[in-house]
Design a binder for this molecule. Structure first.
Ligand SMILES: *Cc1c(COP(=O)(O)O)cnc(C)c1O
Length: 416
């Protein structure tokens, strides 16, 4: 057993965050404008402007500002026409907000395993899923940690089987694939302005689409589905999902800094890549030829041979430290000791107790494989393998190069 604490490294005086809001001043200006003009509800100039600017930036015809990315995904599922009992193919290694909206509509998520090149939905497993469930009409695809997935391959499979794509670009605002922004590849797509995303409104999200009819429906549904009548007349189920004009003020102040944040995040990624050289680890990969991530979170994965023993149950993790080896639990606990915040990789949805009975399709095996434990050395379940060996590193825009060097040094020493 080794203890990872070193006298020559002092804990950070102020915490180094995984990803925290980075404000610039204009947010306050636009919020104040909303206050002073008394546009304090869900109508106003900030909302109009953020919708216009975002649609233009992403390259879609319509962007509808909503209270959260999750709300946008929920209305996307309604637009996609998901009915109770319908199976829907979903990214497996992602935040549960990608998937829950399917269930809000009574749909049944079937999880598609992850590939190793971008850590996103595996198009080979997707093709296999259509062989097993040919009736499926909707595919929900997330771009993990800001890295675009294999868009062309996934689209080709979905097109072949007559299914539409809902793109969850909540983490990848500003990332591009073959020159086009994520959020343009599906029929109904979403981004998020949640507090730890690359730019934030403190909360908020948007539905993106080129379909005018769909955009109008979302505007109506998100404001309680009022009909055009002098009184409150309702023919459809409504929701209170519209973005506030105050929140939109924060988003409006942040939007001009999206590219600056992206470049800062990229520099952080490159610095980790350089600093961790020589260790038995690699960074979260991306398709360098075709895509430009937004580098929202920098992640790393430990080589199989360099993993010390680590066991996770539903709530806790244990590990046995070993010279020359480490594991995500050891690195995360050690970073926390020094007042820096990392995070485990998203635990795959098919391993979540709430979704344990749902289908899960992998590229190898019989197509219905389900693993309830890590299969050592096996590639049956890529998502669980990345979850076991990977972690998200502190990726805050405000982290200084000096702070990052200390974090790199801490990681290095975890392998001593
Ligand atoms: C953040 C996030 C969401 C949800 O966004 P909110 O604005 O927090 O509701 C959805 N999917 C993914 C992958 C996310 O990371």
């Amino acid at each position: 057993m080794v203890s990872r604490e070193w006298n020559d490294i002092k804990p950070f005086e102020s915490k180094v965050w995984l990803a925290s809001p980075t404000m610039h001043g204009d947010e306050l200006k636009y919020m104040t404008e909303a206050y002073e003009t008394n546009w304090m509800s869900t109508v106003g100039k900030n909302i109009n402007e953020v919708e216009r600017i975002t649609a233009e930036k992403i390259g879609v015809k319509y962007a509808v500002a909503l209270s959260a990315g999750t709300a946008a995904l929920h209305l996307a599922m309604k637009l996609a026409g998901i009915k109770p009992g319908d199976r829907v193919f979903c990214s497996d290694m992602t935040f549960d907000a990608t998937v829950n909206p399917v269930v809000y509509e009574g749909g049944v998520p079937v999880f598609i395993d992850t590939e190793r090149d971008t850590w996103n939905m595996d198009p080979v497993a997707l093709e296999k899923a259509f062989e097993i469930y040919p009736e499926v009409k909707v595919v929900v695809v997330a771009h993990l940690y800001g890295t675009p997935g294999k868009v062309d391959e996934i689209k080709a499979v979905a097109d072949k089987h007559g299914a539409i794509i809902v793109e969850d670009a909540a983490e990848s605002f500003g990332a591009t694939y073959k020159g086009a922004q994520t959020g343009t590849f599906g029929k109904f797509n979403c981004i998020s302005f949640n507090g730890n995303k690359i730019i934030t409104g403190s909360s908020g999200g948007m539905l993106l689409t080129d379909d005018l009819d769909a955009a109008n429906k979302v505007r109506k549904w998100s404001t309680q589905a009022r009909e055009n009548a002098p009184w409150y007349q309702h023919e459809e189920l409504g929701y209170n999902y519209r973005m506030s004009n105050v929140i939109a003020g924060v988003v409006r102040g942040q939007l001009p800094y999206l590219e600056e944040h992206r470049l800062q995040k990229k520099a952080i990624y490159e610095r980790y890549k350089e600093g961790l050289k020589g260790l038995p680890v690699s960074m979260n990969p991306y398709d360098e030829e075709n895509s430009e991530p937004n580098f929202w979170l920098s992640c790393m994965i430990i080589d199989k041979e360099a993993m010390c023993r680590q066991v996770r149950d539903e709530e806790k993790a244990l590990y046995i430290g070993e010279h020359g080896k480490s594991c995500p639990t050891e690195i995360l606990e050690t970073l926390a000791k020094y007042n820096a915040e990392g995070r485990p990789i998203w635990k795959p949805m098919h391993m979540q107790p709430i979704y344990r009975m749902n289908g899960f399709v992998v590229r190898d095996g019989n197509g219905r494989a389900r693993t309830n434990a890590y299969i050592e050395g096996g590639c049956v379940d890529v998502g669980m393998d990345i979850f076991e060996r990977g972690l998200c590193l502190p990726s805050d825009n405000k982290m200084t190069p000096e702070e990052q060097d200390v974090i790199i040094e801490i990681i290095r020493r975890c392998f001593e």
